[in-house]
Design a protein around this ligand. Structure first.
Ligand code: NAG
Ligand code: NAG
Ligand code: NAG
Ligand code: NAG
Length: 180
């Protein structure tokens, strides 16, 4: 890659390229993003996010845009979200989440909405809140809270369209699971 980084995130785009964004390099929180081209095995720099963030979460939307949510920029936990358009290679700020969070999950539902659940807003403070992003209007609405606050969980979309959220910590290690 062009930049050393850890605590970054990666997602496979519809065009086959892999988008890597954000992270931390030991001294600086990163806004930079780059694309891996599997046919050449090389990395190209693409547009920077507006906000540096480590441990953000990427979601591929039905319209092909990539949504980045939350993370931490070294000063504050982020509620901001941005959209990446691979045709222009640029990021645009979209609506902010109701809750700042990292260590959360994001799942693109069959109806096109993105479900963001849980996470943390500082070490030891975990969230039970969940919210939905509507790509057609670019805004977030809170939805039913999880029964248990959790971060570092997993979220899996089941065949019937429900989302299985499993385990994580709050900060106790959890074995509970719930379905949205
Ligand atoms: C993007 O971020 C990198 C790393 O912080 C910086 O070197 C570069 O100048 C930035 N690019 C633009 C176009 O701002
Ligand atoms: C991405 O950018 C292109 C070029 O500006 C534009 O035509 C297209 O509508 C954008 N995609 C979305 C989903 O907004
Ligand atoms: C959901 O959780 C949030 C944050 O913990 C809290 O502010 C809110 O009141 C809860 N909502 C409901 C419907 O219980
Ligand atoms: C999908 O399956 C799960 C697991 O059996 C169940 O809890 C959930 O209610 C189902 N969702 C729908 C929409 O039927």
């Amino acid at each position: 890659m062009n930049f050393a980084r850890y605590y970054h995130t990666a997602s496979i785009l519809a065009n086959g390229l892999v988008l890597v964004t954000g992270g931390y390099n030991g001294s600086t929180y990163l806004s930079s993003a780059e694309l891996y081209n599997p046919s050449t095995g090389t990395w190209t720099i693409t547009g920077n996010m507006s906000i540096a963030r480590k441990e953000p979460i990427l979601s591929i939307l039905a319209n092909g845009l990539v949504l980045v949510t939350g993370g931490y920029n070294g000063i504050t936990y982020l509620n901001s979200a941005e959209l990446y358009n691979s045709s222009t290679g640029t990021w645009t700020i979209t609506g902010s989440m109701n809750f700042a969070r990292y260590f959360h999950t994001a799942s693109t539902l069959a109806n096109g909405l993105v479900l963001v659940a849980g996470g943390a807003i500082s070490s030891g403070v975990y969230l039970n809140s969940a919210e939905l992003y509507n790509p057609s209007i670019g805004t977030w609405t809170t939805t039913t809270n999880m029964s248990v606050a959790r971060g570092h969980q997993t979220a899996s979309i089941l065949e019937n369209g429900s989302v299985l959220v499993a385990s994580g910590c709050n900060p106790a290690y959890l074995n509970s699971a719930e379905v949205y």
